[in-house]
Design a binder for this molecule. Structure first.
Ligand SMILES: Cc1ncc(COP(=O)(O)O)c(C=O)c1O
Length: 384
């Protein structure tokens, strides 16, 4: 069984990406969604080969990416999307904006389900639309889509919903029945569902992740999925994502996007994504999921023992933890105090929506040592 282990801190500090350059070296960075693991070997080989031969031109018009993703989806999710109904672009955000531009008119409303990945608010605006908030329902033990609230927003004229599946920051894998019901509602109102599935490959075994387009006939009619290898395989800087559809009309919308949208795909991103989605990387991804499983449980233990009062639910997917620290009365944005006095950088809760007051988002895609140190530093604030 392959173990995927995070790099030591000294090596990580040699990286020059956002995670490692935003804050001074005395800060432990657990904010942005980059991970601290080495690359999957098949990716290193593919990129190394490209460097050796100077394969740094434009992406080709015919590439193996769509087939590679279709095979990955079949092996990992039991879903068989049609490669002919996919197109690549630079990143998931760009795919979302380009699709929203086509499925909304200027000033139309688009539903988001806060607390949610902060750029969603800006992506909707960038597409010329306006945000309607329908917060996730908190059942006391889990978060779920508020289907009644979503129906009411569609009744009120919303043209689309931007779904986060799995959900960032709560790590919720939405239930298949809820997704099928959402699709039926959207279909009834002629609305579009744009499903951001960037965290899909990181759904833990047994959580029954459902790609939106596999949630029934209505989902195929109304849905657009935007997928990428970038979160699971830490490839965000290489710029490659796929827009996936499952029906003639939606695929005509994606085919109708300007060719430039596809030209913006990064060549290294594409080569890396093909390697990531290949069968050769399955064992590495399984190893990563095991490490993240250990970390999500370790975090629960650490919070219970060092920060009792912190509220955290183990996420179904990904490496992001949504933690309610309101019990400590560190204000609406506890991450500020934690950065200043504990020298740990977390993502600001209120950036995810008003529901995020008193919350932080912590990235546990790191080593147990860094995780322990971060929680120790934060716990020391309570002891003060
Ligand atoms: C839900 C979600 N969507 C999109 C992104 C950004 O993806 P990209 O860099 O491909 O635009 C992230 C990054 O963390 C994310 O969590």
């Amino acid at each position: 069984m392959l173990r995927v282990t995070a790099l030591p801190l000294a090596e990580l500090r040699e990286r020059s990406s956002e995670k490692w350059r935003e804050y001074p070296a005395d800060v432990l960075p657990l904010f942005v969604a980059e991970t601290d693991f080495p690359l999957a070997p098949a990716i290193t080989t593919a990129l190394q080969r490209a460097i050796d031969v100077g394969d740094t031109g434009y992406v080709a018009s015919r590439t193996p990416l769509a087939e590679a993703f279709a095979a990955f989806a079949q092996r990992r999710f039991g879903w068989t999307p049609d490669p002919a109904r996919m197109r690549s672009t630079a990143d998931v955000s760009m795919g979302i904006v380009e699709i929203l531009r086509r499925v909304t008119q200027p000033g139309d409303r688009v539903i988001v389900t806060p607390p949610v990945y902060p750029p969603f608010y800006e992506l909707v605006a960038e597409a010329g639309a306006e945000v309607v908030r329908v917060p996730l329902a908190d059942t006391g033990t889990a978060w779920e889509l508020d289907l009644d609230g979503i129906r009411a927003a569609f009744e009120d004229g919303a043209a689309a919903i931007l779904l986060c599946n799995p959900h960032n920051p709560t790590g919720t894998v939405h239930d298949r029945d809820a997704l099928a019901a959402l699709a039926e509602i959207a279909d009834e109102f002629g609305a579009a569902v744009v499903s951001d599935e960037i965290h899909g490959p990181l759904a833990q075994p047994g959580t029954a992740f459902t790609p939106f387009l596999s949630a029934g006939d209505a989902a195929q009619r109304v849905g657009y999925a935007v997928v990428s290898a970038s979160k699971a395989f830490n490839l965000a800087g290489l710029k490659c994502a796929l827009m996936v559809t499952a029906d003639d009309e939606t695929s005509a919308v994606v085919r109708g996007l300007p060719v430039e949208v596809e030209w913006r795909t990064g060549q290294f991103g594409l080569l890396a994504a093909v390697a990531a989605f290949s069968e050769e990387s399955d064992e590495w991804l399984d190893g990563l999921l095991r490490t993240l499983d250990e970390n999500r449980v370790l975090l629960e233990d650490l919070l219970a023992s060092r920060l009792p009062g912190a509220r955290y639910r183990i996420p179904d997917a990904g490496y992001l933890a949504w933690i309610d620290l309101s019990a400590f009365e560190w204000g609406d944005n506890p991450a500020r105090r934690i950065l200043k006095d504990a020298r740990v950088a977390l993502h600001y809760g209120p950036a995810f929506g008003t529901e995020g007051a008193g919350h932080v988002r912590l990235n546990f895609g790191t080593s147990p040592e860094i995780l322990i140190e971060a929680i120790e530093r934060i716990a020391a604030l309570v002891a003060r």
